[in-house]
Design a binder for this molecule. Sequence first.
Ligand code: GLU
Length: 448
Amino acid sequence: MADNIDLDQFLERLRSRNPGEAEFHQAVAEVVHDILPVINASPRLQQASILDRLIEPERVIGFRIVWEDDKRNVRVNRGYRVQFNSAIGPYKGGLRFHPTVNPSILKFLAFEQTFKNALTGLPMGGGKGGSDFDPRECSDGEIMRFCNSFMLQLHRHIRSDTDVPAGDINVGEREIGYLFGAYRRITNEFQPVLTGKGLSFGGSQMRTEATGYGLLYFVREMLATQGKSIDGMRVVVSGAGNVATHAVEKAVDMGARVVTLSDSRGFILDEAGLNRDKLNWVRQHKEKPGTTLEPYTEEFGARWFAGKQPWHVDCDVALPCATQNELDEEAARALAANGCTVIAEGANMPVTHAARAFIDSAGLLYGPGKASNAGGVAVSGLEISQNRVRRSHTRHEVDEDLQSIMKSIHGACVEHGTGDDGRVNYARGANVAGFRKVAHAMLGQGYG
Ligand code: GLU
């Protein structure tokens, strides 16, 4: 019989085998903490070295991207695709264009994606990719040329039955369109090899809204377990991209007052509350290269806090929707002290390890991203099935499916995360439920 795995020894070995990859260590540590009791209780899982197999990506691809800017300078960036786990379906996960992109960030994201995708109940493995390219100051032409060059490399590694990327930070419908066009021209095939496409070439209704809307459907379920509703609650949101703006939109539709949005330069506090008109202004304003949210304050009479995050603003619910590790322990303590009782992640791993520990000890409701932000990839999964049968579902049909998927993810968290005291640890529930599905598929398929 195999020996029990010791958490500290395991993490020590993880760090020495993946030096300098702090975000990857953090993501693995959080999952392993929750699934180790399940593994240590199962000689079969131990004998199969399931944990060592689970933390090793099946493939990590890196490539050079050469493109030309508007001044005709030749520019060089790094591109990656991490194909983490394909036990339950083709690799699936977004592409991120941001200067912080590196192998550690993509390995953490692809690892998380493996569990998230399993939770959706759809047949999708885990992957993630992207580039250290920074599109924020770039013209439309520069972004298109970059996407062409990126796909010139990536097309060798993706296929509709192998790996189907989508968007992530700074990769939205426009970039997916350029990437899809490049794939089609390079291969001469019109294949559903990307999701998040435009509606006129195979995209799904509701894909753009899905992550933000799904987050609110998940929060609705969390609050319902306590007999509460978000109607009338005060909500703080970070970020101002696709996830944040659609989270705000749905929260406002549900009767909440949302008072903040943020970007890398600061945040706006709008005591009157955001609404659809203000969100439309934000979306249009952000289309211009190199802008910040600051002019919002003149437009709508709100306040701007330069260089600050919104976590000191009093609220009932906080929704971090910007990026990893944006909410630290000090921020979590400030939120709790100011009355916040629910923190749900729209971004991937926005809450630091220390903040997580505090949130658990303080007894706040905490929705981990791999459950609460799974709506985006869930609708990507629905886009794939629509493409396969060459049929488009209506907005209403997709929204109904999204709501029922978020409800079932919430149900899985409750099933696997409810403690003896009746409290739901959503992170443990999500980790254990996702792990069970992936591990079962890996065991069933042997190795070699
Ligand atoms: N990037 C999104 C995520 O973090 C969506 C991925 C996809 O649709 O494949 O889940």
